[in-house]
Design a protein around this ligand. Structure first.
Ligand code: GLU
Length: 484
């Protein structure tokens, strides 16, 4: 049975790379009807951040990456927090001591530093095993415990990186248990993966150089090596180096707050470094589960591109409306509307959403793109005067266009999009203007916004009274420009 795990350290915010390391093992497990485990690797007390576990759980839940075993849900191999599994690590550590494959080490930090400097001076690589103490003390909690390496050539297969090999020079006496009594990542993850019967270890490529040491530990403990899957780095937008905070990459929580949909985030990250070889770009979670394959994970870094994420989010916004209706999207927009929308009812907001959704890249665009549906826009004559289609008209001519339009609209009883389109078309002939000219001045007068949906739709949602009032206000402003 396939068993995979996501094993984050609760050290703070969850970045894009962390999440991708959760998505792939989730897909691998689900594809095989296997189990996906969440394990919290909290042994690094110095880097521990109190709320980080909640954040991890919330993020996974938001993305729909439900874990079969782990915090909250429990499971047959509980506990799933490493700090609660100490007894287990000590037990395995003692096995190594008994076999003569681990030793207590009371060498001081200063002494270790001297060894390093000595090697640096001689220009030889620093390997602790070359300084192994001759008569190590008996181990007790409070003393670091080191592995006694068995350096030799090692070969292994990585599902992404292929057949690999490393020489003895990269194998050392790594620390298994620290002075604080907690295990190192290097030791703990091997024990946990074995005890939790993990079949596939999916993690960032930064762990690859340590694999020879891990192989030595698996061998010493007589444990089967799980399938190893090294995920290449996510690179910054310019492609050169690993994505960092400086590249503007936000935490997953921030993207969520900014109105990125979970489906889009999952889709985007899953495809960052994997594709099924077709042109398909939009995948639901179920499609990803069906189509994912380890052998199509790319072995070189994938470039992070926020523009693409936003594009994908826009696609998902439309997909939700097309497949589930505007109601379903509306439910997810609460919290993204401008302040002034609060005094309007759901029906009105839904109407606004139904004509604007196809322009949204993120839900938070609603905040800036819809204000004029809820409050009178601030009149900005420059927007009219500088408009490329309107530049050639005098203020008087523009005011005339709006007044004729206003009179025509006043007589419309059947205020609905088709009728309004008909009236607008009639006005083009009557005023002898091009659509770009007449419709631009009306559109600006109603919204004073850079974009708005098709005019008849906007007018329909705003309603007759507001349309007439706003046209009138624009007329007044055009006629007395100096007063504005
Ligand atoms: N705790 C490690 C990290 O957060 C996990 C690495 C692994 O998945 O084994 O990077």
């Amino acid at each position: 049975m396939t068993r995979t795990r996501f094993a984050p350290s609760p050290t703070g915010y969850i970045h894009i790379g962390n999440v991708r390391s959760a998505i792939y093992p989730y897909l691998i497990a689900k594809q095989d009807q296997g189990d996906f485990i969440l394990r919290i690797e909290d042994t690094d007390q110095a880097r521990y951040v109190a709320d980080a576990t909640d954040l991890i759980e919330e993020t996974l839940a938001w993305l729909g990456l439900d874990w079969n075993e782990g915090p909250i849900v429990g499971g047959p191999y509980a506990p799933y927090f490493q700090t609660e599994r100490k007894a287990s690590y000590i037990e395995w550590a003692k096995k190594l001591i008994d076999m003569g494959r681990a030793y207590a080490d009371d060498t001081s930090a200063e002494q270790i530093q001297k060894y390093r400097e000595e090697c640096a001076a001689k220009k030889i690589p620093y390997l602790y095993r070359n300084f192994r103490p001759e008569n190590p003390p008996e181990w007790h909690e409070g003393l670091p415990l080191r592995f006694k390496a068995d350096p030799k050539p090692r070969r292994w297969h990585d599902e992404v990186m292929g057949d690999l090999e490393a020489g003895p020079e990269v194998q050392d006496d790594i620390i298994l248990i620290k002075a604080d009594g907690l295990p190192t990542y290097n030791f703990a993850h091997i024990i946990d993966d074995a005890e939790m019967k993990v079949t596939h270890v999916c993690r960032g490529v930064e762990y690859l150089p340590s694999v020879p040491n891990y192989l030595a530990l698996y061998e010493a403990l007589d444990l089967e090596v799980p399938k190893l899957i090294s995920l290449p780095h996510i690179l910054g937008p310019t492609g050169g180096k690993k994505l960092g905070k400086r590249d503007g990459a936000k935490s997953v929580t921030e993207y969520r707050k900014d109105g990125i949909l979970a489906e889009a985030m999952l889709n985007y990250l899953a495809c960052l470094g994997w594709n099924d070889g077709t042109e398909q770009e939009i995948y639901t979670k179920d499609e990803l589960i069906n189509k994912f394959s380890i052998n199509k994970i790319q072995n070189s870094g994938a470039r992070y591109d926020e523009t693409k994420l936003l594009w994908m989010n826009g696609q998902w916004i439309r997909k939700i409306v097309d497949e589930q209706g505007v109601e379903k999207l509306y439910e997810r927009t609460l919290g993204f509307w401008p302040e002034s929308a609060k005094s309007y009812d759901d029906e009105y907001r839904k109407k606004v959403l139904s004509i604007i959704y196809d322009r949204l890249k993120s839900l938070s665009d609603l905040r800036d793109m819809t204000t004029y549906f809820f409050e009178d826009p601030t009149i900005d004559l420059d927007m009219i005067i500088n408009n490329k289609f309107l530049k050639k008209f005098s203020e008087e001519e523009l005011s005339d266009m709006l007044q004729v339009t206003s009179r025509k609209l006043e007589s419309v009883d059947n205020w609905e999009p088709e009728k309004l389109q008909e009236v607008l078309n009639g006005l083009l002939i009557e005023l002898d203007k091009k659509p770009a000219e007449l419709f631009s001045i009306i559109r600006i007068a109603l919204s004073f916004a850079p974009f708005s949906p098709a005019l008849p739709l906007t007018m329909d949602v705003l309603g007759k009274n507001i349309v007439l009032t706003r046209l009138q206000k624009a007329v007044t402003a055009l006629e007395a420009p100096n007063n504005n």
